[in-house]
Every structure is written in C-alpha cells, then in structure tokens.
Ligand binder design. Structure first.
Ligand code: NAP
Length: 323
C-alpha cells in the first residue's frame, strides 16, 4: 500500500510503498478514505516529542470503511483507562509510537472504532477526532462551560480552537477570539464570534476588555507571557482551560489575581472514550460540520505539512486518500 513516511527529523514525509498491515485479534482493518493533520504531526516531524522514531507513518485522524463495510472514524487516544480524571500510564495516541493514518490501510483496535456521523462526508468527518475530542473535553468536561457564559478562545485559526468555537456556539455561549491574522478574524466573525482582537497588536487585551468586559471561561493553547493578560481578562470565579503551550513558558506570572479572583486553571489533554462518545453525540445532535481549510492528495502530503508549518490554515488540513 501507499503511505506518507517520515524518514528523518525535519524532513517532510514522502510517499512510499510499504507492507499492508494485518488485523490481529480484536483489531479491525480499515480502508482509509481521508485523514487530517494536527500540529502534533509537525512536532513529530521536528522531533519535538519524546521517543520519536523514524521511519514512521504519522497521522492521528482518519475516516474510512471497515472490513464489514461500516463507515467509521477512530478515537485517536489508545488505553485511556478507567479514570475519567486522567489518562493511564499506557495511554498513547495513534501516529506515535505506532504507525498512523496517512496510509491506504490501517489496523485499529475494535474499541477505537465509531460510526462516522452520517451528515458528514469522509473529508469532513476525518477533521473531527483529535481536535474535536480535545475541544470537547477542555470546554465541557474540564471547564464546565454553560449556556449564556462568555468564552474567549485564543488562536481562532487553529484546528482545536475552531472546534471550541463551533461547540461553544452550539451550547449557547457568547464567543470571542484572538488570532494573529486579520483574515482569520474576519472568517471567525463570519462564523458567528461576537468579538475578536489580533494578539500581534499591543493593545489586544484592552480591545477585548472593551468588547466583553471579562470572560467566564478562557480556552488557551498558547501560554507564553500573554497568559498573564488572560488572567487579567478572566472574571472572578472563572475557569481557564489550557490544552497547549505553543508560546512556551510564562515568565511574568503573578499568583495574586488567581487566588483573589478564585480562578480555576485546568489542564486538559485529548479525552477519554466517554468524552469521545459524548463529543460524537453532540456533533450528531447539533449537525456540526467541521471547518475544512484545504484538501490535499496523499501525494501532496509535503505541501499539507508546509501549510500547517506556516500557520496559514483556518480550520483543518485534510488528506484525501481514496475517492
Ligand atoms: N493537549 C492536547 O491534547 C492537545 C491536542 C491538540 C493540540 N494540542 C496543542 O494545541 C496547539 C494547537 O494545536 P492544533 O493542532 O489546533 O494546531 P494548529 O491547527 O496548527 O493551530 C495552531 C494555532 O495556534 C495559534 N497561535 C499561534 N500563536 C499564538 C499566540 N501567540 N496566541 C494565541 N494563539 C496562537 C494560531 O492561531 P491563529 O492562526 O488564529 O493566529 C494557530 O492557528 C499545539 O500546541 C498542539 O500541540 C494539544
């Protein structure tokens, strides 16, 4: 079969002929129709995760047809365990250390297989698993976001961030965003966000303050020194959910506003099988359609990686594997 293979650190994946995988006991062979990129795939290419090994077929998101003709997507998290509060020590994510979804066939555990939402095409459905799961858990399971609350979502152009926006709209929250791109801000406003500020401008916190006064929930994947501004923008009794740290450490951190305003800071990673099932039920109920930024063929995999590296996307970058 054909697969996109990472062979060396900092080198884009190339299309290779590799052996077809074989399903073992309690496993299912899936003929892939589409896959999607996450920032994780770029970090793996850059060797930024512990225990990265090459050659590797990356990819955590996939949609396809199982051996019994079911149209399926997969829960990308493996071995969450029994504790809803956190993943087990055996937990790992499809696409490292095991081969991922950027291939014509894949073998996954029976427990990872879920029915593809019928209102979505394969290319839309494949956009959902990793980013949708992360968004659902941070927004609802961790931050307990409620209808009528004001939520600020940072970096609106990102895959997870856009699902946070779409899920928050569906749940009746008032949604505000930051982005580093005026074009992406215009797209987010078109989608339905009530206000926005460009995090590259000096006065972005003041702009948001004048638009919303403060936020009950803030969902962040950037970290860095801008995090102190998020604490200032958080309402008393508010929650800040963190699922990423793209901008690195926070050096200007002051604990006073956190304890005085009774703010909860909640870390969140991926989600349990229950979170995945709840997320799918939510998407089916609200007929949510993921925002797909662009679709590349498997042969154009390197171009898809480049687009994500440059941060040009608004929504998910998808790989079409078969028609
Ligand atoms: N914990 C988990 O389970 C989990 C799961 C998925 C992702 N993540 C992490 O979350 C981050 C985003 O992942 P993704 O796959 O959604 O990536 P992505 O689609 O490439 O999005 C990255 C986004 O980060 C935003 N960004 C960059 N600099 C920023 C800044 N200074 N302030 C605010 N936002 C900024 C950008 O927003 P604009 O384009 O709008 O400027 C960009 O769209 C990555 O660090 C990833 O590792 C964690």
């Amino acid at each position: 079969m054909k697969a996109l293979v990472l062979k060396e650190k900092n080198q884009h994946p190339g299309l290779e002929e590799v052996a077809n995988p074989k399903a073992g006991q309690s496993e299912v062979l899936v003929r892939m129709k589409a896959a999607a990129l996450n920032h994780r795939d770029v970090y793996i290419m850059q060797g930024l995760y512990p225990n990265v090994r090459y050659p590797l077929i990356p990819g955590s998101d996939g949609a396809g047809i199982a051996a019994d003709d079911r149209e399926v997507i997969f829960q990308p998290g493996i071995h969450w365990g029994d504790d809803e509060r956190m993943q087990s020590r055996d937990y790992h994510i499809l696409g490292l250390p095991t081969n991922g979804t950027f291939s014509e066939y894949i073998v996954v555990g029976e427990g990872q297989i879920f029915d593809k939402p019928t209102h979505l095409t394969f290319e839309e459905a494949t956009a959902l698993p990793l980013a949708g799961l992360t968004a659902f858990r941070v927004l609802f399971s961790r931050c307990k976001s409620q209808s009528g609350e004001k939520v600020l979502i940072t970096g609106a152009g990102g895959g997870v961030a856009l699902f946070c926006c779409q899920f928050a709209f569906a749940a009746g929250l008032e949604v505000f965003v930051t982005s580093g791109s005026e074009t992406k801000i215009a797209s987010a406003l078109k989608l339905g966000v009530l206000g926005a500020a460009n995090y590259k401008s000096q006065d972005w916190p003041e702009k948001l303050k004048s638009q919303a006064s403060g936020f009950d929930v803030i969902i962040d994947s950037a970290g860095g020194d801008g995090f102190a501004d998020l604490i200032r923008l958080c309402n008393p009794g508010g929650r800040i959910g963190i699922y990423g740290g793209s901008n690195g450490t926070v050096s200007n951190f002051s604990p006073q506003p956190i304890f005085w305003k009774q703010i909860s800071i909640l870390g969140s990673t991926m989600g349990s099988d229950q979170d995945f099932a709840d997320m799918l039920a939510f998407v089916n109920h609200h007929k949510i359609v993921p925002v797909v930024d662009s679709v590349f063929s498997l042969e154009e995999g390197a171009k898809a990686f480049e687009r994500m590296e440059k941060g040009e996307q608004f929504g998910k970058i998808v790989l079409r594997i078969s028609q």
